[in-house]
Write a protein that binds this ligand. Structure first.
Ligand code: NAD
Length: 243
């Protein structure tokens, strides 16, 4: 039996996690924490903490997990680079699974994006498009940020090549740039497209999520996988054996 605490349980993802965990007999949610609650008061009852809360909450959560020796699954997005480094440092003493997206489909999209970028050479212009519900606070999505990272890695390009939206007389598209476009509206759970556009042809890889349960079940799988693992920083590709 894996004992879990859900951080951010009142939110959309928190509720999906509680609903999905209730269906899994080997998982037991022993604590629910949200803004204003004290994670420190309940953490000792758990084997792992799952954090789908707010970007400012992740670092204190990671520090507490490291201090108390608890596995941590992070789904929260929107951290800036300096905070990311500090969160990652906590994985030197605990197993930490940190993924911008826990769905099996999106992790397959990550894998396919790397393969496509390796095969489709510099003649193909790269653009990423994402769409989410109107209440989402950060942009671009964490998943889109991972897609950009994969594309930059394969093409050996720095962060400065990412072009967030275009407006006005922006000039012709350069070969180096990677376009990034965030759409917001309605109740869209999460759509992502990576576009490879060349003269005469175009490849589009698209994933559309229609239920948060896909992320929740992935995060629960990650928590079950993480407990008992060696300290270190893992992602969903490790959990799914895609590496
Ligand atoms: P939400 O706004 O519905 O819920 C967030 C919850 O966190 C709220 O209940 C809020 O009160 C709580 N919270 C805020 N500050 C807190 C704190 N200091 N301590 C504990 N709880 C706190 O948001 P959501 O749609 O559930 O998404 C939550 C996060 O998960 C976002 O960052 C989102 O981008 C991310 N997300 C990740 C994935 C993934 O697969 N990795 C999928 C969906 C959403």
């Amino acid at each position: 039996m894996t004992k879990l605490i859900i951080n951010g349980y009142r939110g959309r993802m928190g509720q999906a996690l509680l609903e999905c965990a209730a269906e899994l007999p080997d998982l037991n949610v022993v604590g629910r924490v949200d803004a204003g609650d004290d994670l420190g008061a309940v953490i000792d009852q758990a084997d792992a903490v799952i954090d789908f809360s707010f970007h400012e909450a992740t670092l204190p959560t990671a520090r507490l997990c490291a201090e108390r020796g608890k596995a941590l699954v992070i789904g929260t997005t929107g951290h800036d680079e300096s905070v990311r480094v500090q969160i990652a440092a906590c994985s030197s003493s605990i197993p930490m699974v940190w993924a911008s997206n826990f769905s099996t489909g999106v992790n397959t999209l990550f894998w396919l994006t790397r393969k496509a970028a390796e095969v489709l050479d510099e003649g193909f212009d790269l653009e990423v498009i994402e769409m989410h519900h109107r209440l989402k606070r950060d942009a671009p999505s964490g998943t889109a940020a991972t897609l950009l990272e994969i594309l930059r890695d394969v093409r050996h390009r720095g962060r400065d090549v990412v072009r967030h939206g275009r407006e006005g007389i922006v000039g012709q598209r350069t070969n180096e740039e990677i376009g990034m476009h965030s759409l917001r509206g309605g109740d869209v759970v999460g759509d992502h497209t990576v576009m490879f556009a060349a003269d005469g042809e175009r490849v589009e890889l698209t994933h559309k999520a229609s239920s948060r349960n896909t992320f929740a079940n992935g995060a629960l799988k990650a928590a079950r996988w993480a407990v008992g693992k060696n300290a270190g920083l893992y992602d969903m590709q490790d959990v799914l054996g895609l590496k």
